[in-house]
Design a protein around this ligand. Structure first.
Ligand SMILES: O=C(O)CCC(=O)C(=O)O
Ligand SMILES: [Fe+2]
Length: 316
């Protein structure tokens, strides 16, 4: 598990417990960054991110693989159904995470302090099972992306080493002024691939698509998958690591669980030779050791989609 400990941010559960009606000043977004929930500029609800049937992918279905290719090029995001992870495993993970967020702050701190915990969660059977299943799904997506990028099925794994995984749990309390705040600011993910288990009912995730924000409407038991920075770089910008954010709502708290699939930190990442074509698609990024990329990524915090700029080459 790579990135060790969670950052000591003030516990939102504690803030809400103390006063659930006011929005602390520092959460209020600048006018331009507010989610605009009631004005014009509403997210276009007619648009939906692509849905991929994982069982077809696993059966080497050419058509589904083409859909995956398009989804990664045009959206950077897709939902997968029929991923084969048992409902029970998803439910147990959600229950364990919800229980964790219910713990009093003192108990949570104990987990946060313990070294080698996944983002302050401690060891748990639910987490281990979930993480193992996610790994299998990620490996199959990797295999398909490898083929789409002109490699053998195990091409990406060979280049990146064994896949690492980090889990982040997000808790968004209800908010009396969802129009003023964001649950999570716009960012792209720094790993290779992110698999997100989100609430079955509450819409919170929004992604940038053609300059506007599009809601990712929950499909019960589906996983939301997105291309993250390392795959954007490996694909020489053909697949996009898209900016996304989460909004809050007045009615119901929301939990999401993000599994970040990461390259081996000691490996170099850079555009695959198969994705570079000096005439039509010149090399867009320089090579960088993944650990160096992450150090620079973390130094910039969550600030929009400037991350891959770290390695972008000037194209003349
Ligand atoms: O809660 C969500 O839907 C988004 C979470 C997210 O983007 C992240 O954890 O990186
Ligand atoms: Fe994210």
């Amino acid at each position: 598990m790579g990135w060790g400990k969670s950052l000591p941010v003030p516990s939102i559960q504690e803030i809400v417990r103390n006063d659930s009606n006011s929005v602390p000043e520092r959460f209020i977004q600048e006018e331009n960054d507010r989610p605009k929930l009631v004005s014009e500029n509403l997210p276009d609800d007619s648009l939906e991110i692509p849905v991929i049937d994982f069982s077809l992918l696993a059966n080497e279905d050419e058509n589904e693989r083409r859909k995956l290719d398009l989804a990664c090029k045009e959206w950077g995001f897709f939902q997968i159904t029929n991923h084969g992870i048992e409902k029970e495993v998803l439910l147990q993970m959600k229950t364990a995470v919800a229980a964790f967020f219910e713990l009093p702050i003192e108990e949570k701190m104990k987990y946060a302090m313990a070294a080698n915990d996944i983002q302050g969660f401690g060891q748990s059977e639910a987490l281990d099972k979930y993480s193992t299943e996610i790994q299998k799904v990620a490996a199959e997506i990797y295999a398909n992306l490898s083929v789409l990028m002109g490699l053998e099925r195990d091409g990406l794994i060979k280049l990146q080493g064994e896949l690492k995984q980090g889990i982040r749990m997000n808790y968004y309390p209800t908010c009396s002024r969802p129009d003023l705040v964001l649950g999570i600011s716009p960012h792209s993910d720094g790993g290779a691939l992110t698999l997100l288990l989100q609430d079955d009912e509450i819409t919170g995730l929004q992604i940038k698509h053609k300059e506007s924000w599009v809601n990712v409407k929950p499909i019960p038991d589906a996983l939301v998958v997105n291309i993250a920075d390392a795959l954007e770089i490996l694909s020489n910008g053909v697949y996009k690591s898209i900016e996304h954010r989460a909004i809050t709502n007045e009615k119901k708290e929301r939990i999401s669980i993000a599994a970040f699939v990461l390259p081996d930190e000691q490996r170099e990442i850079g555009p695959l030779e198969t994705m570079v074509d000096e005439l039509h698609r010149p090399r867009m990024y320089r090579k960088i050791k993944y650990i160096d990329y992450i150090m620079q990524f973390l130094a910039k915090k969550l600030q929009g989609k400037a991350h891959t700029d770290i390695v972008k080459l000037e194209i003349k």
